[in-house]
Design a protein around this ligand. Structure first.
Ligand code: ANZ
Ligand code: ZN
Length: 741
């Protein structure tokens, strides 16, 4: 087994007070870390702050504070609560993405991407939140509204710093197969976002379309372009211009929902195989940027095309009848599957298209018109254009003057004022954690490669798309540039369920159903809080919060503590590891529970582990109450139970751990006493002659041999040859011999 264990809970935004979701995420990672340590692994369990970004800036604005000060206050407050929770973080690895010591290297990462041709300024349609005054990634618009403030998203055309994640679409797709340790829901989410689709490009003169159904080519009645398509833009016809303007102002979700509409562009293009003139339309159900932003319209066989045709009066041409092509010229009579291949071939031969792959994944627009973010290290020189600030001149600080010397010609030039999307900061923080104090490098490749891929990553399913895609993308790029030995960052990805308020809905400040862990810690010890949140439900399910649960767990721990403390005070001896408890069933039962706790902790089944802790408490009670005669054996079993409980309730265990028990440094031995071999009946020629202990694992010949070693049985056989042996392990051995000659 690997001797290192890197457990990471997604690091928090320090935008307010900690919540129970944090207790759950880091409760999982801290338990897993301690368990790994008991198995002799070196562990890394860091924590830091995803400190840049809109939440801090908006909140700071609302409170009239500088975002830096506001963030620092929140971090101090959250750090205090996290420390009270005794989560076993490696505090000496703490990092803060808004400090120059960190974001200098985020800028270095941008430079790496720039030099690899993966960071470019691209013109494109962007989602804009007018309230937050910033561009939003598609993933940051939920239901057509800004993920942060809920304002309806507006669409704008803008030049944006963009990372070309689509260059990695195929690898991001293909490597999903390797993610065996991931929550299946997260893999499905990634698959959906990458959205690989195999199809065919079909040329209609100068216009290219993307289809997954080339066999319907003879059913085409129009070519329909997206409002974002160059053919639809700046159109002279006022009807087209008005239609396009309206469509572009509407976000994708609403566009997909409204009833189909479209307008003709007033021009035609030639059909690639028949040469027929096909009219060109614009319609808002065609998505700009997917495929070629243009589709061949086949109303007879595509639902959306059919609805457009019905709405605007386009003809309907049926070309498939019970899986057979009709009215399709030379392809009549072929099955759909055959026709798909043959028509694609015909297009290729005519140089009018061919097979292709499309991805739903869009490039990642990372420019934000915000102050509280990592400055993009670029100078906009009037004579040289955009110039990357060289690594040696980093960091470009937030408070740097608005202009600096152009790195290429030396003239004073304005620096880029856009900052980076915070998802860039969090796309590489896990590497930094392996070498967090390095001043002259972002991380040590040897350290990163020794600790990673991450053994256990825990976070919400809501980060399964964006953060996890960006994290995988940056890992692959840094791998390709020689900075990392691996190209997938996470081995095991556990998506924790949410903590729901007592009203059954997600806890949030706005619903006022949230619970402050700090207040619970005023009443109960941290281990009781952790048990309360880890018990009952598997970690990947939602958990309805029961406000009485921490007190119940505290009472359980206190009762058990009283018994154990009394036992330890009146039985001062050391544990006698070799001594077994006189009743083998009790002995085996307790060590069996310890074994099952080991399995539960290995599989992160922390609800099971919690239940086993209760079971262990019941099982050791008779030992604690039994009095001094078997104290050595009782100590040995108690010691095993305490160690097994330590990953879950470390503070509680350490508070009663006697020095004479040694160190809590390895998982207890659970070898139980060997089961005695069962007594079997031995027969000779069907008549019982003896009772004998014979091992269950023996085969026929071995059992017979063992029996023949017993003189009384050998005498019965009296050197007659064995004809047959009947052996039912644990029950009967029958030796059937030849008749005496
Ligand atoms: C003709 C056709 C006939 C189609 C038919 C379907 C059924 P997926 O699987 O998502 O890749 N399409 C292509 N580009 C599009 C865009 N930018 N916006 C909206 N729709 C687009 O789907 C590919 C199919 O979706 C393509 O195949 C195209 O319609 C449409 F009976 O072409 B099909
Ligand atoms: Zn210049």
């Amino acid at each position: 087994m690997d001797d290192r264990f890197y457990a990471l809970g997604m690091f928090p935004y320090p935008s307010g007070t900690p919540h129970l979701g944090h207790v759950r995420v880091y409760g999982i990672t801290s338990t897993a870390t301690r368990h790994a340590r008991l198995h002799g692994r070196r562990t890394l369990h860091p924590i830091g702050w995803d400190a840049f970004g809109l939440p801090a800036e908006n909140a700071a604005r609302a409170h009239g504070l500088d975002p830096a000060r506001w963030t620092a206050q929140n971090i101090a407050q959250m750090r205090t609560t996290f420390q009270r929770m005794e989560l076993g973080f490696d505090w000496d690895h703490e990092l803060n993405t808004s400090e120059p010591a960190y974001y200098r290297w985020t800028q270095w990462l941008f430079g790496q991407l720039w030099r690899a041709g993966l960071a470019v300024e691209a013109d494109g349609w962007v989602n804009h939140c007018d309230h937050c005054e910033t561009v939003l990634a598609d993933e940051q618009c939920s239901g057509g509204a800004c993920w942060r403030c809920g304002t309806a998203v507006a669409r704008r055309r803008q030049r944006q710093w963009t990372l070309k994640i689509t260059d990695y679409a195929q690898r991001l797709w293909q490597d999903l197969e390797r993610l065996e340790g991931w929550d299946r829901r997260a893999v499905a989410t990634q698959r959906h976002w990458i959205g690989r689709s195999e199809g065919t490009v079909v040329h209609f003169g100068p216009l290219q379309t993307f289809t997954t159904r080339p066999e319907t080519l003879f059913g085409v009645v129009a070519v329909v372009v997206a409002p974002e398509h160059p053919w639809a833009e700046d159109h002279d016809d006022p009807a087209v211009a008005a239609y396009v303007r309206d469509a572009l102002a509407t976000d994708a979700v609403q566009r997909a929902q409204r009833s189909p509409s479209g307008v003709p562009l007033g021009r035609t293009v030639p059909h690639p195989l028949t040469g027929e003139a096909v009219p060109v339309w614009v319609a808002d159900y065609v998505i700009g940027g997917y495929g070629t932003s243009a589709v061949m319209c086949v109303p007879a066989h595509d639902e959306r095309d059919g609805r457009l045709a019905a709405a605007v009066g386009l003809p309907i041409r049926s070309v498939i009848e019970s899986d057979t092509l009709i009215d399709s010229g030379p392809f009549d009579g072929l099955s759909c599957a055959e026709a798909r291949v043959r028509i694609t071939e015909a297009l290729q031969q005519a140089d009018q298209g061919g097979p292709t792959t499309s991805f739903t994944l869009r490039d990642w627009s990372v420019g934000r018109q915000r102050r509280w973010g990592c400055p993009i290290p670029v100078v906009r020189c009037p004579s040289c254009g955009p110039v990357l600030v060289p690594d040696a001149q980093l960091p470009v600080l937030l408070d740097d003057p608005p202009s600096r010397a152009c790195p290429s010609c030396g003239a004073q030039a304005p620096r880029e004022t856009d900052t980076l999307d915070t998802f860039v900061c969090s796309a590489w923080y896990a590497f930094r954690f392996t070498d967090p104090r390095a001043a002259d490098r972002p991380f040590d490749p040897a350290q990163a490669s020794a600790w990673m891929p991450i053994d256990l990553y825990v976070g919400g399913l809501d980060h399964a798309a964006q953060h996890m895609l960006y994290f995988r993308f940056v890992t692959k790029v840094l791998h390709d540039l020689g900075h990392l030995s691996f190209d997938e960052p996470v081995q095991r990805f556990v998506c924790n369920g949410m903590v729901l308020g007592s009203d059954g809905r997600k806890m949030s400040k706005s619903r006022n159903n949230g619970v402050d862990p700090a207040q619970i810690l005023d009443r109960v010890p941290p281990d009781a809080l952790k048990l309360a949140i880890l018990a009952d439900n598997p970690i990947d399910r939602d958990l309805a919060w029961d406000p009485d649960r921490p007190e119940a767990k505290a009472a359980f721990l206190a009762r058990l503590a009283t018994r154990i403390d009394a036992f330890l005070a009146t039985n001062p001896g050391p544990p006698q590891g070799a001594d077994a408890w006189p009743d083998p069933r009790v002995h085996d039962q307790i060590l069996g529970i310890v074994d099952r706790m080991d399995q539960a902790l290995t599989g992160y089944a922390l609800n099971v582990a919690t239940a086993l802790l209760h079971e262990a408490a019941r099982a050791i009670r008779p030992l604690l109450d039994a009095g001094p005669q078997d104290a050595g054996a009782a100590h040995a079993l108690l010691r095993a139970v305490l160690i097994a409980a330590w990953p879950l309730v470390p503070g509680w265990v350490e508070a009663r751990w006697p020095e004479r028990y040694g160190a809590i440094d390895h998982w207890p031995e659970t070898t139980r006493r060997p089961e005695p071999e069962p007594l079997c009946t031995v027969q000779v020629d069907g008549r019982s002659v003896a009772r004998l202990r014979l091992g269950l694992g023996l085969d026929e010949a071995e059992a017979a041999e063992a029996a023949m070693a017993v003189p009384t049985i050998a005498a019965r056989v009296a050197s007659r040859p064995l004809v047959r042996t009947v052996w039912i392990p644990g029950r009967i051995l029958n030796l059937v011999c030849a008749a005496p000659s």
